[in-house]
Design a protein around this ligand. Structure first.
Ligand SMILES: *[C@@H]1O[C@H](CO)[C@@H](O)[C@H](O)[C@H]1NC(C)=O
Ligand SMILES: *[C@@H]1O[C@H](CO)[C@@H](O)[C@H](O)[C@H]1NC(C)=O
Ligand SMILES: *[C@@H]1O[C@H](CO)[C@@H](O)[C@H](O)[C@H]1NC(C)=O
Ligand SMILES: *[C@@H]1O[C@H](CO)[C@@H](O)[C@H](O)[C@H]1NC(C)=O
Ligand SMILES: *[C@@H]1O[C@H](CO)[C@@H](O)[C@H](O)[C@H]1NC(C)=O
Length: 778
């Protein structure tokens, strides 16, 4: 069962004002996503503009909003999200103005529990999502909470675009804006706030009131320019789940005669049929539950008609879409049909009769399905390694037919968007192509990155969908890591002096694997045993694996059994191994920093007074040169941790990693996620950590640094890889040579007649004159 990872959230100190030197703010970085070719995460909602052809948006639970491009790819709209605004990557609803295609609204906020310290916002854009203004709410929203694919719980009145309704979670009820989303007030006449909680004992994503599920307007209930009279509201409450107002929201009541027992999931109004279609599911659990039906409510005769029933077979119904160009054409997705595959129902006669995208066929090979489609995954050929024999998908909570093109439809799954441009072949009993169409959406929660000095520049591992060897950063890899293939994969590392040797650890059987061809092929570590997950790292020669797992630190040599490091307390360890000195290992737990010089047989505590340790970074080019990011700043040692001192102006740091230097004889480029003179951002230093260049900017924020993963490229100066929690991996390149001072390398030349290189020495070294022609960092 696949699901989008929920990764713990940590916040850095908030920003102050930008300072003068030692920070240089002027260098431009070019940031691009490392391509995997598919979202890799849950696409929770898809909406098309009924006003302008080709305008469509997709929302995700942890990676923000995307707009559809004309070539079927998607453009991210929220990459500005940084530490301060990170909860805006959880999009709980999206709404378009049916009469003004440039206007788009989202309900932003990721968790209603303590994982998200910020309240929700309704964000409004009048330029197709390029820029936003925000209305702050006094409570939280839940873009990554249970029921996140229900909806849409935000909608614009089709007769008067200044009016919006929003159905909140957590018992906060119905809210209304009459000024295009600028200000909001609670609709006090609406009192059914929902009672359904997936798991009342849960403190995570399942423990809160789902609240309202959808808002739908009857566009025929008033004239253009006046507020629609008839409004429907879905509520996650199985005793009455669909409410209606016929006086523009002044009064509300549960619609009489409605089915009870299940929750409304999606509601869509058909103006030509004068009927509301509603899909139902018994439970808002994102990954389970499952029973349901689809009903239609005719507003004139006030009757409910059941048009589809899963007969208790256990999947329920999720996404529902109408084709506004074809009266009576409706499609519904099964929501929890995990076996043999998710299904899609299509009716051309308002639900009287249905056909399915696949039918059972017990005569052939497994899985027992006969499909109406040819499957096209050319954009992400690795998908089947994750999806197995499922081709339609899972967690299919949203589906949308293009209102301008009856042949075009899209639906979201837990790993991509599928869709077709030949949908009406279905009705001719001809096959159509069902393609993975989420190119441009990179929605993974990245958990590990490594950049070896030869072979591919990057290997990455992520939550839910495994990991890849990136032979070309701009081209989707043809396959994911295989044999073993885990969903959530937690760590990856290469051996410093034998970079063809790679280790990765993941959640699943034989949770530790080794490769000796830089990730092309793998075998399970002979002594992995029954443990899995954790974080694994290799010694420089690749013969030792250090595994921080099971609340301890374990070392194995040459695949012999793991031995617990005896002389350190149990806890959650951050580790790094020297890339040049085999058997020189570093580990940190809380504020304790340990060094092992005997390949992990024993560790010696070197300090516990440099702050809470978040990451250890090693100089890939020199033994014993180690950097430490803590909540008090950036610390450095040139003697494998025997003496450690704070370097530079950072007052708080999450990451520190070293890559290729700016000059041939220079100190490595240092990258850090840090707060420097009050400004939390991503920085680079070329002079050994004294002065820093800000490399993140207002368009590239990378979310919260506590959830970033760092790797610096040892072959390309200036290149840093930043993994995010929901927007995949980015790589950044400096647009020009470093504008800031550089330092010579340790033992390098730093002066002398005719010498034009850097004259400063890195921390721990001084420039000493040998003779008139040569000074050296010693
Ligand atoms: C749509 O179909 C319904 C029957 O389902 C019919 O009563 C109605 O007249 C049709 N409307 C239009 C505009 O074709
Ligand atoms: C549920 O049962 C009805 C009546 O037998 C049948 O028409 C319908 O196709 C069944 N639904 C599904 C999803 O199989
Ligand atoms: C590389 O790994 C494969 C198994 O994955 C193994 O058969 C082979 O012996 C290894 N080669 C070396 C040189 O270790
Ligand atoms: C975060 O992004 C917002 C909007 O772009 C910006 O105003 C704020 O200064 C940024 N904060 C930091 C620390 O970069
Ligand atoms: C920052 O970089 C710019 C552009 O290269 C350069 O002109 C300027 O002198 C630098 N500022 C500082 C404080 O180093």
């Amino acid at each position: 069962m696949k699901k989008t990872a929920a990764v713990g959230i940590v916040l850095a100190a908030l920003s102050g004002v930008r300072a003068a030197a030692p920070v240089n703010y002027t260098q431009h970085y070019t940031w691009k996503n490392v391509r995997t070719g598919a979202s890799g995460g849950f696409v929770t909602g898809i909406v098309f503009s009924p006003k302008q052809k080709g305008v469509a948006y997709a929302r995700t639970d942890i990676g923000g909003l995307y707009r559809l491009n004309s070539d079927d790819s998607w453009a991210p709209l929220q990459d500005y999200v940084n530490n301060t605004l990170w909860n805006e990557h959880g999009v709980d609803a999206v709404a378009l103005d049916p009469n003004d295609a440039s206007r788009v609204y989202i309900a932003a906020g990721i968790y209603t529990n303590s994982w998200d310290p910020y309240n929700g916002k309704i964000m409004s854009s009048t330029d197709y999502g390029k820029t936003w203004s925000r209305a702050n709410f006094p409570f939280k929203f839940g873009g990554n909470m249970a029921g996140r694919q229900m909806g849409e719980r935000l909608a614009v009145d089709p007769n008067k675009g200044s009016i919006l309704y929003f159905g909140a979670r957590s018992g906060n009820g119905l809210w209304k804006s009459s000024d295009y989303g600028k200000t909001w007030a609670k609709v006090t006449s609406y009192t059914a706030v929902g009672t359904h909680i997936v798991d009342p004992g849960d403190s995570g994503q399942n423990g809160d009131i789902i609240g309202l599920t959808f808002i739908a307007f009857d566009s025929t209930s008033s004239a253009a320019g006046t507020a629609s009279k008839r409004i429907f509201v879905g509520t996650a409450d199985s005793s009455a789940t669909v409410y209606m107002s016929e006086d523009s929201g002044a009064t509300w009541s549960a619609i009489s005669g409605q089915p009870t027992g299940f929750l409304s999931h999606t509601g869509k109004y058909s103006p030509t049929e004068k009927a509301l279609y509603v899909s139902y599911v018994d439970n808002a659990n994102t990954y389970g539950g499952g029973d349901g039906y689809v009903y239609k409510y005719y507003v004139e005769s006030k009757t409910w008609v059941k048009i589809l029933d899963d007969n208790g077979t256990g999947f329920g119904f999720g996404g529902l879409t109408l084709d506004p160009q074809k009266n009576g054409t409706v499609m519904v997705t099964t929501y929890h049909q995990w076996w043999p595959d998710g299904n899609i129902y299509r009716s051309l006669d308002g639900g009287a009769t249905w056909t399915t995208i696949w039918d059972f066929d017990w005569s052939g090979v497994q899985p027992p399905v006969k499909r109406r489609y040819d499957w096209d995954i050319s954009q992400a050929t690795w998908l089947p390694e994750i999806t197995g024999d499922k081709t339609t998908g899972w967690m299919m909570g949203s589906i949308a037919i293009n209102p301008f093109d009856s042949d075009h439809f899209l639906y979201g799954t837990g790993a991509t968007i599928f869709g077709s441009h030949k949908l009406t072949n279905w009705d001719k009993n001809e096959k159509f192509t069902l393609s993975s169409l989420s190119y441009g959406m990179e929605e993974t929660a990245v958990l590990g990155l490594t950049s070896p000095p030869q072979g591919p520049h990057l290997l990455s591992v992520v939550g839910d969908v495994g990991g890849w060897r990136h032979d070309n950063l701009d081209v989707a890899p043809s396959k994911a890591f295989l044999t073993p293939s885990w969903g959530t994969t937690r760590s990856i590392d290469h051996a410093g002096s034998r970079p063809n040797i790679v280790v990765r650890s993941g959640d699943g059987e034989g949770g530790l694997a080794l490769s000796n061809d830089t990730g092309a092929t793998w075998h399970i570590h002979a002594s992995a045993g029954s443990w899995n997950g954790g974080r694994a790292q290799l010694s420089s020669n690749g013969d030792f694996v250090v595994w921080a797992v099971n609340n301890g630190l374990y070392v194995s040599a040459n695949e012999y059994p793991f031995e617990k490091v005896p002389n350190i307390p149990s806890g959650s360890y951050t580790t790094a191994n020297d890339r040049n000195h085999n058997g020189l290992f570093y580990a940190a737990e809380n504020s304790n920093f340990y060094v092992s010089t005997n390949a992990g047989t024993t560790y010696t505590k070197k300090t516990s007074s440099i702050g809470y340790i978040r990451e250890i970074g090693v100089n890939p080019f020199r033994a014993g040169d180690v950097w430490i990011a803590t909540d008090t700043g950036i610390w450095h040692s040139i003697d494998s941790g025997n003496t450690i001192s704070r370097v530079g102006p950072a007052t708080d740091a999450y990451h520190v990693q070293l890559g290729k230097s700016a000059t041939s004889n220079g100190y490595p480029a240092i990258f850090a996620a840090a707060t420097i003179q009050g400004w939390a951002g991503h920085y680079r230093s070329d002079d050994g950590g004294y002065t820093w260049t800000l490399i993140s900017d207002d368009s590239n924020g990378f979310g919260t640094p506590g959830n970033n993963i760092y790797a610096a490229d040892p072959r390309t100066y200036g290149r840093i890889y930043i993994g995010t929690n929901g927007r995949g991996t980015f790589y950044g390149d400096a647009s020009a040579t470093s504008p800031v001072p550089t330092a010579a390398d340790a033992y390098g030349q730093c002066g002398g007649q005719g010498f034009n290189g850097p004259k400063a020495c890195p921390h721990g070294y001084t420039c000493k004159v040998s003779n008139a022609y040569y000074s050296q960092c010693l």
